[in-house]
Design a binder for this molecule. Structure first.
Ligand code: ZN
Length: 439
């Protein structure tokens, strides 16, 4: 993490001016930006909510029913929220998520402390992110050159050209809805994207492939899958007959629905077929691994080590594994080192656990080819000051990791600068074939 020595300070200044490929956002553009009017609701957007929930023990605060809705309500005055918010905030204000809120205050509003007085001072100064010039200006100042976005537009509108991806962004195909099918209506809706009339499993696979092909023609840069929130990353390799039996059950009765894990063989089969499409279209596949947003999910099912059979079978598919696989760092470095078709994408990680992220890059530099790391993805929606504050923390993390290696004599300062440029820009630029000039 940031230290005050000259190596760190010099590198951090260099890294501040590097352009960045933001490898993962959920942003749609200024038209989807929130109408921010109240500072507490504004500052706690995104992941901060998870830490607030985690800090509050069951049943507390029982003196404030509806507290979470109220804190997020822009129409409730700051002064009314403050007494209870302050009690909860003080329980968790030192996490990476909370640091995002503090950094917005410090870097955007020159307020070093989160106090009621500071919130009152910034209340009338919250930027209107719905203004396209304001929105673009914030991204420009942060030097975010391109964002890979995982959004959920009307896919028919996307294929028809009626939904336009924001000018700076590249669309990633949202994959879970295509393989997590449990009912005939889902099959029908997906096949309808390409006006296909499906009656068999093979028809459905063909329809999805056609939809992906057309999305790529519309500009999609890859596929994104976060089904680890709902299921294990241990994809089996079921036979066509096993998958077909499940498919035919929902085909035979549109009112039937498959449960979980009953549906697993069908979903696993479809996932493999879609990996073949990714290979044929030469599209990278971004996979969620490790920690999940929210609270009370099961981490064991999301350990990237479960992916080994998938990675070994699909040698020609380029897998971009997300989030540092937190908290399973050793497995993550091993996968990056061991498989040519795996890259390591640290999106979201610098605010989940900045010390882990620093250690991962510092240790990773000596263990894994440095060409395989993608250092930043903000992973926010359209509250873009949060993504920008996250980027500021990520620049700290990159500088700290490289300064550690410079001070240990492993690399020199010039090498550190080139690695930083690769991690933040050149590696993802090449990997996703974005076509920007190298830095
Ligand atoms: Zn995300």
């Amino acid at each position: 993490m940031p230290s005050r020595n000259d190596t760190y300070t010099g590198l951090r200044a260099y890294i501040e001016q590097l352009p960045v490929i933001d490898c993962h956002e959920h942003a749609l553009g200024p038209e989807a930006a929130p109408d921010n009017r109240e500072p507490i609701a504004y500052l706690i957007q995104g992941y901060m909510q998870s830490d607030l929930w985690s800090a509050v023990w069951p049943g507390w605060p029982d003196d404030a029913p509806g507290i979470w809705d109220d804190l997020n309500n822009h129409d409730i005055p700051t002064e009314q929220k403050w007494p209870l918010f302050e009690r909860i905030w003080r329980l968790t204000e030192h996490t990476g998520y909370a640091r995002v809120s503090k950094r917005i205050l410090a870097e955007q509003f020159a307020e070093p402390q989160l106090t009621l007085a500071a919130l009152q001072r910034i209340r009338g100064r919250l930027p209107d992110l719905r203004d396209p010039a304001v929105y673009a200006g914030i991204l420009d100042r942060a030097n975010i050159r391109c964002r890979l976005v995982n959004t959920w537009p009307d896919l028919k509108a996307y294929l028809d050209g009626a939904h336009r991806t924001y000018e700076r962004d590249r669309f990633m195909i949202p994959l879970p809805g295509f393989h997590s099918v449990r009912s005939w209506q889902q099959v029908w809706n997906n096949a309808s994207l390409v006006a296909a009339r499906v009656t068999t499993l093979d028809d459905y696979v063909a329809a999805c492939r056609e939809a992906f092909r057309r999305m790529q023609k519309r500009g999609a840069a890859g596929m994104k899958d976060q089904s680890a929130y709902e299921r294990t990353l241990a994809f089996g390799n079921p036979s066509h007959a096993e998958a077909e039996a499940l498919f035919n059950r929902i085909a035979a009765d549109p009112r039937a629905a498959l449960g979980w894990p009953e549906a697993k063989s069908l979903q696993d089969y479809l996932f493999h077929r879609f990996m073949e499409t990714a290979r044929d279209l030469d599209m990278p596949v971004q996979l969620h691994t490790g920690h999940m947003a929210g609270i009370r999910n099961d981490i064991a099912k999301t350990n990237a080590v479960h992916l080994i059979p998938l990675l070994e079978l699909h040698r020609d598919v380029r897998f971009d594994l997300f989030h540092g696989n937190w908290p399973y760092m050793g497995e993550y470095l091993y996968l990056g080192k061991n498989y040519p078709n795996v890259h390591l994408d640290l999106c979201w990680l610098p605010i989940i656990d900045p010390v882990y992220a620093t250690n991962l890059l510092s240790e990773g530099l000596t263990a894994v080819p440095h060409s395989k790391f993608h250092a930043f993805g903000g992973d926010y929606f359209d509250s873009i000051l949060h993504a920008v504050a996250h980027l500021s923390i990520a620049r700290d993390v990159v500088a700290a990791a490289l300064a550690e290696r410079v001070d240990a004599g492993w690399i020199d300062r010039g090498e550190a600068e080139r690695i930083a440029a690769d991690w933040l820009h050149n590696n993802p630029n090449d990997y996703f074939r974005l076509g920007f000039p190298a830095v």
